[in-house]
Write a protein that binds this ligand. Structure first.
Ligand SMILES: Cc1cc2nc3c(=O)[nH]c(=O)nc-3n(C[C@H](O)[C@H](O)[C@H](O)COP(=O)(O)OP(=O)(O)OC[C@H]3O[C@@H](n4cnc5c(N)ncnc54)[C@H](O)[C@@H]3O)c2cc1C
Length: 412
């Protein structure tokens, strides 16, 4: 294996290169990134960075010197075509790169806001550093901020904006926050916390239009025809995987680029990882699944790098997620898709733990400000835990003690 080309310099792209070098890959590595910046981390954009607690240097995965030291070439250009027969990638500049193995880590882009006025100045999604910079410059005490979508990103933004003194109103078509990601009881916990921080919610409501003057947002009109003043509008209504390059190259694509359990696409010379990938998820019985998380992009990057350096292993890593909102750290171990029963554990004020069961089996654990329990949950869930909902519901059930007993290192 002499040359690896990685398309996309985000979480997965950067970590593929770093892991290849860590696993002593000696061939050439090229990352093609269509962003101006060095590869950086996205999660702080809607958290510490927007809050002003982190600067752009600390966002970077590595400083420039690392790329030279590790002999990793960074090409700031967009890949526009793949010639699978010739094993080359064409860039927007017209340049061409040859590969022995290609890794697609093109991520996802924000779903566009499908209402009039979404092109006005002051209307922003949250995906790249420039979005956070633009929002940060407009967030001052009293800024009237409208948020569309009460998912992770909308709520992270809402908590930061409220902390910076903005008046925040969140519109959500569902009847509760993070409805697709967490249980109803965890939704309720976060709704109450956000309201205490000054965030206002309008559930079961969306916007009909965003209205502007001189090209800048001035107000929004709700779908029940109320007009509310607005200085900025931030939307987080889901993402679309960047599959165009793979489609053009004739790779199998459905809800993402399809890969097998080794993260190989329908072309054995091309792997794909991260937000753009649809993979057979071991925790969901092999169902083709697309996940959007740092864990998913990072662990898949490491798995591909391991395979390319002679250590193949089917990708079966347990998914986990987190979101920081105000003083609350939400962590989810496992995939809660399709759970049919939840058991809530006794918690101290400001904390929460919810066990999610499907057909009597523990499939996910949601925790808030319970880091130790989250780590234990990740370890027990990796091994088909033998916990029934009845046992978990018992008054004297102690999750920590039970999990500890399941993951204890056996005596020699
Ligand atoms: C504001 C924000 C907050 C987040 N917070 C969290 C969090 O708290 N926890 C968590 O687990 N996850 C979080 N995420 C999600 C997480 O950042 C993503 O899941 C992760 O970055 C996915 O990595 P990736 O490599 O697949 O894609 P990305 O990191 O998005 O990287 C893809 C890169 O490929 C580039 N690209 C696309 N097409 C081309 C092309 N043709 N040529 C060249 N380059 C191309 C893109 O511009 C981009 O730079 C957050 C995301 C955002 C936007």
């Amino acid at each position: 294996m002499s040359g690896v080309v990685i398309i996309g310099g985000g979480q997965g792209g950067y970590l593929t290169a770093a892991s290849l070098r860590q696993y002593r890959f000696t061939g050439s590595i090229t990352i093609v990134t269509d962003e101006e910046d060095l590869p950086y981390q996205r999660p702080p954009l809607s958290k510490a960075y927007l809050l002003g607690e982190s600067d752009s240097r600390r966002l970077l995965h590595r400083q420039e010197k690392w790329y030279a030291d590790q002999d990793v070439s960074l090409v700031h250009d967009a890949a526009v075509a793949i010639d699978r027969a010739a094993r080359t990638v064409t860039l927007a500049s017209g340049a061409s790169l040859a590969y022995n193995h290609l890794v697609l880590a093109t991520g996802a882009r924000n779903r566009a806001l499908p209402i009039p006025g979404s092109d006005l100045e002051g209307v922003t999604g949250m995906r790249v550093k420039a979005d956070a910079d633009s929002l940060s410059s407009k967030l001052t005490a009293g800024t009237r901020a409208i948020v569309i979508g009460a998912g992770f990103i909308g709520l992270e933004f809402a908590s930061v904006a409220a902390a910076r003194g903005a008046q925040v109103r969140v519109f959500e078509l569902a009847d509760r926050p993070m409805a697709r990601a967490v249980s109803a009881t965890t939704s309720e916990f976060f709704r109450t916390a956000h309201e205490e921080w000054g965030v206002e919610f309008e559930f079961n409501h969306g916007l009909a239009s965003i209205n502007g003057e001189n090209g800048h947002v001035q107000s929004v009109t709700t779908n029940d025809r109320r007009t509310l003043p607005a200085d900025i509008v931030v939307y987080g209504i889901g993402v679309i995987p960047n599959t165009e390059l793979a489609e053009q190259a004739g790779l199998a694509v459905s809800n993402g680029i399809e890969v097998d359990e080794d993260l190989v696409t329908s072309d054995p010379n091309i792997s794909a990882i991260g937000d753009v990938v649809c993979f057979p998820c071991a925790q969901l019985g092999g169902a083709m699944t697309r996940l959007e998380s740092v864990q998913n992009a990072s662990d898949q990057a490491r798995a591909v790098a391991a395979r390319l350096t002679g250590n193949p292993a089917a990708y079966r890593t347990l998914p986990w997620f987190w979101s920081d909102q105000g003083t609350l750290k939400l962590q989810i171990a496992g995939v809660a898709h399709g759970y049919d029963q939840t058991i809530e554990l006794a918690s101290e004020a400001g904390q929460k733990a919810v066990l999610c069961f499907k057909d009597g089996a523990l499939v996910a654990v949601e925790t808030v400000n319970r880091q130790t329990d989250h780590m234990l949950a990740r370890r027990v869930l990796a091994d088909e835990p033998d916990l029934s909902p009845e046992d978990a519901a018992a008054e004297d059930f102690d999750f920590g003690a039970w999990a500890d007993s399941r993951v204890a290192v056996p005596a020699a």
